[in-house]
Design a protein around this ligand. Structure first.
Ligand code: ZN
Length: 702
């Protein structure tokens, strides 16, 4: 690159591989360029936006396109920088990004809260042009308007002031809600001095507690912080009953410590959300939340939750009876009257007895190249595309182990993706995820193409190749890969050219996990799962019995897990629908406890409520949306049932269903409402029948 290029020019530099354009030049993004470069970018965007506001023209080309161009330029640069902080971490890069983040947030607020832009959008919608927009454009415009209305842009005077006041207060106290939990975790300890009490607890968890005790200045002691890791480590594995009780009591009563008490905060959050919803024209916050979701109404969500509860309940009781019988058989202490601190431990033991497999030994069967090959073959078979690694050495990568693949249909490249397979301790975050790099977009077309081609990326943390052996994956990693690849099929197979609605854009929040969970289902199909496996030394596939155990173990205690999700979902929904409106609900926790007593069958602590620690809904994005987990599961199971009905090994029939799936769910993305897209695929709405059947939650009589 030339010495005269500015920091921003270096950040925005891209490369092209064949027909794939807009690939960031990752190695050229220096942390020292981030602050000056992004500052320049935000300043430019601010100036462009101000100029646009001055001369607003209510046409697609005069309004929507320039807005998209400004947004896209910001997203491309920020996306590349945040990606690097996840896969090539350095303090310098992180600090540089943190320094510019407030300016980026301020910019995006300015854009989303512009009254002038809102008025112009409404004028466009009501114009002749607006009445004759394509389906995708009409939806982009309509959703933009509604999104702005939900965030109060149409309010005036005192109402507008109050809305802003609420918004700021909510941001502040939601943050307090989560920092209270973090502080409590940091200060909390379950202390052990008698080593015998640690029996059964995983070594890694014990070691953390040992180090914590040393840090606390305690000798011959173990200090467990009260968090998910300690809780699961002890309650699922510790043989000492009283230690399990201590940890369980501490964990399940978080959020109520003096000075860190979340109870008044969650009440205020609920009250403010109701007021906020009513200010922008909704009866309650649940309605506001659902306005942007696939679920048609609060009633429809209630109906689904009730239906699932009704189905799962008898099976949950059977599971508990079976667990209790197992405890008796094993001579468990308290088997006649299981306590909350017994169930997780004995469920683990029962699961081992029924479905045990050695997760570590299983890695030897999942060789990364073979798993990827199996996944690609599946995608080829279903969607008629070819996937091949690009040999083009000029494709920029962020690490030499990163691979770049091109997806072709009928010989033409239609999409591409990066795979960053192996763990790099210290610079790469744990876990596995996908992200989008380039979206399909008319405005980004190069050469004589109609639009840019979509590019995705996958990050995994598989064990790197060593001693002549390929990289090996855990079963969880394989499952996550399938999940993430499902998301990517929606990004890569989109047929929409409008950037705002292509791929996953504008796909409703409660249906966005359809494509990903659907793809996971293939791992439940035994012949397919078997074909993914080959022992690293012998090449032998995994034996039948182990395959069965892996597949069957998915449903172990599933009815109780379902009830737990339903309890969360129902508490969340009831509170956001009725708290502060229905005067009979005075105390959110009392309501939560009552719902828990109605829904759950496993033993609980007296007066147990998870609300003060329920960050998902009080400090995350799940408010009046927790049900989405179940909603998406229903969609994925119902969609996969269409493939089952065709016959999973019947290639011709399968190809037909798959092409319909590709053309609708994967192809149309957010260009139409998800419910409409789903009906185009299935010819009807989804029902929970397939999910319940897959999970074994169907009574013989029904
Ligand atoms: Zn997902």
């Amino acid at each position: 690159m030339s010495d005269t290029a500015t920091p921003l020019a270096r950040l925005e530099q891209t490369a092209t591989s064949g027909t794939i354009a807009h690939l960031p030049v990752w190695a050229g993004i220096a942390s020292s360029d981030v602050e000056p470069g992004v500052t320049e970018l935000v300043d430019t965007a601010t100036a462009e936006f101000a100029a646009l506001e001055e001369s607003l023209e209510p046409t697609w080309v005069g309004l929507m396109e320039p807005l998209e161009r400004i947004e896209h330029r910001l997203e491309a640069v920020i996306g590349a920088i945040t990606h690097l902080t996840s896969v090539k971490y350095s303090d310098e890069m992180q600090e540089a990004y943190d320094a510019v983040r407030p300016a980026i947030v301020a910019m995006s607020n300015t854009m989303s809260q512009s009254r002038a832009v809102y008025d112009a959008m409404v004028a466009l919608r009501d114009s002749d042009e607006g009445q004759n927009l394509s389906v995708a454009r009409a939806r982009i415009l309509d959703e933009s308007i509604r999104g702005m209305e939900r965030s109060g842009v149409a309010l005036t005077g005192a109402q507008q002031d109050r809305y802003k006041e609420i918004k700021n207060r909510l941001a502040e106290i939601s943050n307090t809600f989560s920092t209270n939990l973090i502080k409590e975790e940091r200060e909390s300890r379950v202390k052990v001095t008698d080593e015998a009490r640690l029996d059964g607890v995983p070594d890694a968890v014990i070691e953390i507690a040992k180090n914590q005790a040393i840090e606390d200045g305690a000798e011959d002691a173990w200090h467990f912080q009260v968090n998910g890791v300690s809780y699961l480590g002890i309650c699922q594995n510790g043989t000492n009953r009283s230690l399990r009780e201590d940890m369980l009591r501490a964990f399940r009563t978080r959020g109520v410590q003096p000075d860190l008490d979340n109870r008044p905060i969650l009440k205020e959050i609920l009250e403010l959300r109701q007021e906020q919803a009513q200010l922008v024209g909704f009866a309650n916050y649940a309605e506001l939340s659902l306005d942007a979701k696939m679920a048609p109404s609060v009633e429809a969500v209630w109906e689904l939750l009730d239906q699932l509860e009704h189905a799962a309940r008898p099976f949950a009781e059977i599971e508990l009876e079976s667990l209790t019988a197992f405890m008796v058989e094993q001579g468990a202490e308290g088997a006649d009257d299981p306590k909350p601190w017994d169930t997780a431990y004995w469920a683990e033991r029962q699961q081992e007895a029924l479905y045990s497999y050695d997760a570590e030994a299983l890695r030897d069967y999942f060789q990364l190249p073979k798993v990827l090959g199996g996944l690609f073959d599946l995608v080829t078979k279903l969607y008629g595309v070819e996937i091949a690694e690009s040999t083009d050495a000029s494709v920029p990568v962020w690490d030499e182990s990163v691979q770049f693949f091109e997806v072709r249909r009928d010989g033409k490249v239609i999409a591409a993706f990066y795979v960053d397979p192996y763990s790099r301790p210290g610079e790469k975050r744990g876990g596995a995820w996908m992200n989008t790099v380039v979206g399909r977009d008319r405005l980004l077309a190069t050469g004589d193409a109609d639009s840019s081609l979509p590019v995705a990326l996958f990050v995994m943390n598989a064990r790197p190749p060593a001693d002549g052996r390929p990289g090996l994956m855990s079963l969880d990693e394989v499952r996550t890969l399938f999940h993430e690849f499902g998301h990517a099929t929606q990004h890569m197979f989109t047929e929409i050219d409008e950037g705002g609605a292509s791929g996953m854009n504008l796909v409703e929040w409660d249906s966005v996990e359809l494509a990903s969970q659907f793809n996971e289902y293939w791992m439940e199909h035994k012949p397919f799962l078997r074909a993914l496996t080959a022992h690293v030394d012998t090449g032998e596939p995994l034996d039948d019995e182990t395959l069965d155990r892996i597949i069957d173990s998915r449903n172990f205690m599933v009815a109780n897990a379902t009830l737990r999700q339903l309890h969360f979902a129902k508490s969340d929904l009831t509170l956001h629908e009725r708290f502060g409106i229905d005067e009979s609900i005075v105390d959110p926790q009392a309501l939560d406890i009552e719902l828990g007593n109605q829904i759950l069958v496993t033993p609980r602590l007296e007066g147990e409520s998870m609300l003060p620690a329920f960050g998902h809904i009080f400090a995350g994005g799940y408010a009046a949306g927790y049900y989405s987990y179940k909603w998406a599961e229903v969609l994925a199971a119902d969609a996969f049932a269409a493939f089952r009905e065709a016959g999973l090994d019947n290639e011709a029939e399968l190809a037909e269903v798959a092409s319909r799936f590709r053309e609708t769910v994967l192809g149309l993305g957010g260009s139409r409402p998800a419910a409409e897209v789903y009906r185009l695929f299935r010819g009807r709405d989804a029902t929970p029948d397939a999910l319940l059947a897959d999970q074994g939650l169907v009574s013989p009589a029904s």
